[in-house]
Design a protein around this ligand. Structure first.
Ligand SMILES: [Zn+2]
Length: 469
């Protein structure tokens, strides 16, 4: 489809200018700052609107939407115990929560979602199929990394020198990798904006064999790589117990890190790890709200930026956030670091935040040549913000307000691969009212539920983490 956006406001190096933008098919064909372009196809009025490249929600788990607002304030290891205890969603719910995640991402400036998708045991391929269906229907660009592991939950907690028995994981390494191959064969269609990535959950629950199999799969099928990395202090301890080295040294040694590897959290890196990560070209995905919610810590993002590491933003799953507002994650994830470094010259400016969210996000997916900036020849994954919305008024610095303010319902239109998938702030290809009604069919208004897992894990966790009994 061809269309022309007339007189939209875009950022320049030091200010703003007004442009006409022509889109042909999936691409930005022309951008004119000087003279108006002859209108081609549908004409979009861009006056009083800010045009930016779409952001990437660089790490989330869509099906956690079903437990958002529900899990008490716990650290990750206990929070996970509760998350996985309760009935997993069915494939219909997976579909609905993927749609919900996509809508919230799109309406907060995202055009691409990285879904580290929690799988229903025994229905792994069906789970992926349900999420794929949702993302294809709504039209968002998607990277689905089926969340895989081959070790049981209790192995993710350091032993602290005590001997502990662990249950075997419900399927073998070979079965997990076989399932991944099926998923890749069935769903990986990069030219259609639907990508499968290898995404072992992290060093805490994965064997050497699983990492090796994932690397082989990613090399053979040209897949991006993803994982959680050093989200908690406990994982730092565990890496030393498990490998007698840091988690980053281990991932570097086995060759998991490359410019198409993105790593969620990265809070507990040790000093030597930063140089290693910079050398490999891997991307850090910053999930500030989840890190606060779970008390995981503050990722040293300013240090990463100074070391030349690419940084992107993510919401993380909706049960540890407990929403999917990318603008909120960008705001907190930018300002949070001002308290970690007194030298304000290191602080992240709103324009840098926007660049991290867009170009930083696509760089972690190896797509920086095709996405992430307003450039002729790149793909048209674009967001048009309404500058007449009260939260973006009065007329000051629109990007300053978008990042540091409290923008609400400011996304007017979104295009992905040149197709309009949000218009007047509403999804064009799915029925949002129908989605809300479908979500209302499940669950109950509630405040508490009893968790058996927590009771089992808590005593050991408190002991290992040196907390009072
Ligand atoms: Zn996560």
């Amino acid at each position: 489809m061809n269309f022309t956006i007339q007189q939209a406001i875009i950022p320049t190096l030091n200010g703003y200018t007004t442009v006409d933008v022509q889109i042909e098919g999936e691409q930005i064909k022309a951008i004119s700052t000087d003279s108006p372009l002859p209108p081609r196809g549908t004409v979009i009025d861009g006056r009083k609107k800010l045009l930016l490249p779409g952001f990437v929600n660089g790490h989330t788990h869509s099906s956690e939407m079903w437990q958002r607002g529900l899990i008490p304030p716990y650290p990750l290891e206990l929070w996970l115990g509760e998350l996985h205890e309760f009935t997993p969603p069915n494939p219909e719910q997976i579909y609905l929560s993927a749609l919900g995640t996509a809508v919230e991402t799109l309406l907060s400036g995202g055009t691409c979602v990285v879904d580290h998708l929690v799988l229903i045991p025994g229905k792994e391929v069906e789970t992926v199929a349900a999420a794929v269906k949702a993302y294809q229907e709504i039209g968002i660009r998607a990277y689905i990394g089926p969340l895989i592991q081959d070790q049981s939950m209790s192995e993710g907690i350091p032993s602290g020198g005590t001997h502990r028995e662990h249950e075997a994981y419900y399927c073998s390494t070979e079965e997990v990798l076989g399932m991944m191959q099926t998923v890749v064969d069935r769903f990986h269609q990069p030219e259609a904006g639907m990508n499968i990535m290898v995404a072992p959950t992290g060093i805490q629950l994965c064997s050497d064999g699983l990492f090796a199999g994932c690397m082989e799969l990613s090399d053979r099928n040209s897949l991006c790589r993803h994982a959680h990395l050093l989200e908690t202090k406990a994982q730092q301890l565990l890496a030393h117990e498990k490998y007698a080295m840091t988690a980053v040294q281990y991932l570097d040694k086995i060759g998991y890190l490359n410019p198409r590897t993105s790593l969620a959290h990265c809070i507990w890196l040790e000093d030597q790890d930063i140089a290693i990560l910079a050398k490999t070209g891997a991307t850090v995905v910053h999930n500030p709200l989840s890190n606060l919610r779970l008390g995981s810590g503050i990722a040293p993002i300013l240090k990463y930026r100074q070391a030349g590491i690419n940084v992107a933003f993510g919401c993380d799953g909706a049960a540890s956030n407990d929403g999917q507002d990318l603008l909120e994650a960008i705001k907190i994830g930018s300002m949070l670091h001002n308290i970690t470094d007194r030298d304000y010259q290191h602080w992240i400016t709103p324009r840098e935040s926007v660049e991290m969210a867009a170009l930083g996000g696509v760089t972690g997916l190896g797509m920086e040549d095709q996405l992430g900036t307003l450039t002729e020849g790149k793909m048209a994954d674009l967001v048009l913000y309404d500058l007449t919305n009260l939260s973006l008024l009065p007329k000051t610095d629109p990007i300053g307000l978008l990042v540091m303010g409290r923008p609400t319902q400011v996304v007017d239109r979104v295009w992905v691969r040149g197709e309009e998938i949000i218009a007047q702030g509403q999804p064009t290809r799915i029925d949002l009212k129908g989605l809300r009604e479908a979500l209302l069919q499940y669950g109950d208004w509630t405040t508490t539920r009893q968790s058996n897992n927590i009771a089992q894990l808590e005593q050991h966790y408190r002991q290992v983490m040196d907390l009072p009994k």
